[in-house]
Design a protein around this ligand. Structure first.
Ligand code: COA
Length: 259
């Protein structure tokens, strides 16, 4: 297994638990292309590693799980490359969701945009009390493009998902818990709680666990993901997207024109 990752830390313990830590703390673990590629590589390796029964996904440092897709890279996208970028993110997150091992996100601090989408691609989510979830994309002139429009609706229901996406509001631990976006909020390190939960779950029949996950996800259909990627690409060709992403990078408020 290739363990020479640059932007993630991969660890495996003696109890069949792997930990994948997104490790770009100076950029709040934002998902650039390299992180996405390494996530794909590590999950392909995890899939075929018979010693691994469960995976914890987390972010480096206490400030952020992942503060989103890398806005500097997003800024370069147009219609075609935007659609491809969305599809690439969707495929990698689908790979995570489809992993035939239990996958738990241990979320500390900011889980915004692609970070919230990554957490939602995991089967369960344990949050620290400082967690901040949000899908800020419309504030950048975009929509969530890594499966967020689909998974958020499935997890918390369409009306609440739409409200979160349209207002781009950021929610804290208590609200995330009330909405059912996270399974638990803990005072200590969510990685420790995720580990305890894994121990409890793995006492049950391993084949039954795999199949329970498969069965629960079976009703999800995939056509909405295509629509999401098409619209994400189209938005990458708008003036509002240029304005929204420029405003973030220049640390000012955007002035959208609806074009
Ligand atoms: N993409 C690229 N860089 C990012 C980033 C992202 N999504 N999120 C944070 N960073 C970078 C910042 O540009 C900054 O880099 P710099 O030190 O080179 O200037 C560094 O990470 C620290 O972030 P900063 O904004 O200074 O921290 P903060 O504590 O003031 O604010 C956030 C934290 C999360 C509120 C803020 O970083 C933010 O709004 N990030 C973008 C969230 C977002 O819109 N994500 C969705 C993308 S689709």
């Amino acid at each position: 297994m290739n363990q020479s990752y640059k932007t993630i830390i991969f660890e495996k313990d003696d109890h069949g638990v792997a930990t994948v830590t997104i490790n770009r703390p100076d950029k709040l673990n934002a998902l650039n292309d390299e992180v996405l590629n390494e996530l794909a590589d590590v999950f392909k390796a995890i899939q075929i590693d018979e010693d691994i029964a469960a995976v914890i996904v987390t972010g480096s440092g206490k400030k952020a799980f992942v503060a989103g897709a890398d806005i500097k890279e997003l800024r370069e996208l147009d219609d075609r490359s935007g659609r491809m970028a969305s599809q690439k993110g969707q495929q990698i997150f689908q790979l995570i969701e489809d992993t035939r091992k239990l996958v738990i996100a241990a979320v500390n601090g900011y889980a915004l945009g692609g970070g919230a989408e990554l957490a939602m691609a995991c089967h369960l989510r344990i949050a620290g009390t400082n967690v901040v979830f949000g899908l800020p994309e419309v504030g950048l002139g975009l929509i969530p493009g890594y499966g967020g429009t689909q998974r958020l609706s499935r997890i918390i229901g369409r009306a609440r998902a739409l409200e979160m996406i349209l207002t781009a509001k950021q929610i804290k631990a208590n609200e995330a818990m009330e909405l059912g976006l996270v399974n638990d909020v803990v005072d200590g390190d969510p990685v420790d709680t995720a580990r305890d939960l894994i121990t409890k779950i793995l006492k049950n029949g391993p084949i039954a666990i795999q199949n329970a996950i498969k069965a629960v996800y079976h009703s999800d259909h995939h056509s909405g993901f295509q629509v999401e990627a098409d619209l994400f690409g189209q938005l990458c060709d708008t003036e509002d997207f240029i304005e929204g992403t420029s405003a973030f990078l220049e640390k000012r408020k955007p002035e959208f024109k609806g074009k």
